[in-house]
Design a protein around this ligand. Sequence first.
Ligand SMILES: Nc1ncnc2c1ncn2[C@@H]1O[C@H](COP(=O)(O)OP(=O)(O)OP(=O)(O)O)[C@@H](O)[C@H]1O
Ligand SMILES: [Mg+2]
Length: 311
Amino acid sequence: MTMSLLVDQASHLRSLARQSRATARRRATVIAVTSGKGGVGKSNVAVNLAVTLARAGKSVVLLDADLGLANADVLCGVDLPANLSHVIARKKELRDVMVPGPGGFRLVGGASGLARMADLSDADRQRLVDAMAELEAQADVILIDTGAGIGPNVLTFTRAADHVLVVTTPEPTAVTDAYAVVKVIARQDGRDPEAYGTDPDGLGDGYQNAARRVSLVVNQARSPAEAKLVYDRIAGVARQFLGATLHDAGSVPLDDQVPVSVRRRIPFAMAAPRSAAAQAIAQLAARLTTGVATADESGFFRQMGQWLRKK
Ligand SMILES: Nc1ncnc2c1ncn2[C@@H]1O[C@H](COP(=O)(O)OP(=O)(O)OP(=O)(O)O)[C@@H](O)[C@H]1O
Ligand SMILES: [Mg+2]
């Protein structure tokens, strides 16, 4: 598929999303967790962030949008009676497929083996976007685990997000693929001026998506210094070659508690709250809601934090 076709599809979805927002007043902040390379830790970051934000009193929905290899339900140890594919197929309403997750967040399970988003019809897309708009009115934060890569599924969800968290590990292959994701997102933004403006949907509701934030999380870091090197490298290249700002969302250390909790099907933020990984996720959650990460920049997180605290 050509890049322009991807961009067209994304713009189309964006305009569908705007139509939906005209009827459903925007409320939640939408955070997409994505990566270039698979297996870098997206689902673990998304699930444990959901647990941590929910325990801090936020109303959180985690949407497992990895339409090929969904597994957030496995990480959470919950059984899904139905999933997103049933919503798209109009067999279920979103509220019927939402199940309680650990720590109090709500999970919308993904569909394993669902046809790629590229194969969905316009009506299917509208259905999915309407379902997301419905979620926006019911939560403070919507986390989306997008699955890996730069395919149309993933880009559709990063497009709909206010904030994209790109997860990588320090491995050179993961770093290269993370840069590829940052590049595609930067191009999307550059080619779609509709994404810019302080209140693009004209509802005057404090919609902060002047331009989407794109931040890097370095997972499985052996030290903070290693994570910093990875961040500096990708952010430097993004600035130099794309003119794009990549924000530093911090890092999560390589921690044995992660695979242990995966095997137990209990998120490490619950099973091992004192582990280094859980503490790093707590820092990430705090940054997302208090403005520490970008306090010296446009104040997006600060505003978002104030806004979340009002809830
Ligand atoms: N911080 C960490 N420390 C140690 N191991 C980790 C860490 N993060 C992830 N892992 C390991 O990597 C595996 C893959 O993680 P996860 O399923 O979250 O990746 P993913 O990016 O969602 O993968 P996919 O692309 O297949 O969806 C985990 O099962 C765990 O064993
Ligand atoms: Mg995953």
